[in-house]
Design a protein around this ligand. Sequence first.
Ligand code: NAP
Length: 308
Amino acid sequence: MKRIPIALVGIGKIARDQHLPAIAADPRFELIACASRNATVEGVRNYPTIEALLAAEPQVQAVSLCSPPQPRFAQARAALAAGKHVMLEKPPGACLSEVRALDEIACTVGRTLFASWHSRHALGVEAARTWLSTQEMRSVHVRWKEDVRRWHPGQAWIWEPGGLGVFDPGINALSIVTRILPREVALVSSTLSIPANRHMPIAADLELFDTAGVPVHVEFDWRHGPQELWEIEVRTADGTLTLSQGGNRLHIDEREVALGSVHEYPSLYSHWRDLIERRESDVDVRPLSLVADAFLLGRREIVEAFIE
Ligand code: NAP
């Protein structure tokens, strides 16, 4: 099987925790180079910027971007302009218009753009979607809470415009909600709790409805600990579905549903490779649209300053 020569950009927590192991385990990709301003990866050629990498490595066919959302647009545009297929970490951009622009560029140059949502590849998500497709839903409750100091230590970008604050993890829940619910959802109200010394929220409370009027209540909080709570509960006429552990465990009432074993990032890379073979892109901006709406409708409450 022919391997696709790939480069990884933005070597930080998620690149090391998930992307490097997933690429190493995938026989359809071969990592040949990385670009990061400060970090390097052993066993491949390293560059300080994507521009230097693209100039020196013409054989690279695909670029996976693990940098924060703010610098990613320029990096993605450069990679597409050089004729590379591109995978974007979530969220696909710092704002919606840049993602639409990238989609257009990818279409123009005939390359694959994959705006990835890793949580959609959690073990229980497709089984939840299938079960819910035949149910009469009554209500949805999302609780996505964790300790920001544990999960985002030293990540200054996350508090800056475009960094999303608590929506950085929260958008994972929204990516699952927009996948498993059978109908579209619309936001009706949003409260954003913003630390006095920061730009982005530390907590958020959202009210949504689906097109049949089923209420969806969403709670995001970064002041939660020590055990994270990443849970979606859907009450239906026939019982309650609970996705927990970020979508990796599924219960229908008290019964735990047996799930497959292909984990999030190996599944993401497999999907990307399939897209490249089919010459297709996969760009679903609905989770980011809901976040943008939460900022558009957001009632702002200033809360205690956040000192890391
Ligand atoms: P991170 O630990 O801060 O790593 C990102 C790396 O990108 C940094 O180490 C840095 O490496 C580089 N970078 C930072 N700012 C940059 C800038 N302005 N220009 C160019 N490069 C820059 O962040 P992360 O947690 O890996 O998150 C990165 C993305 O992955 C985010 O979109 C996040 O939502 C997503 N993600 C994170 C997790 C997680 O558990 N952490 C899980 C899933 C998805 P250099 O200093 O070497 O350039």
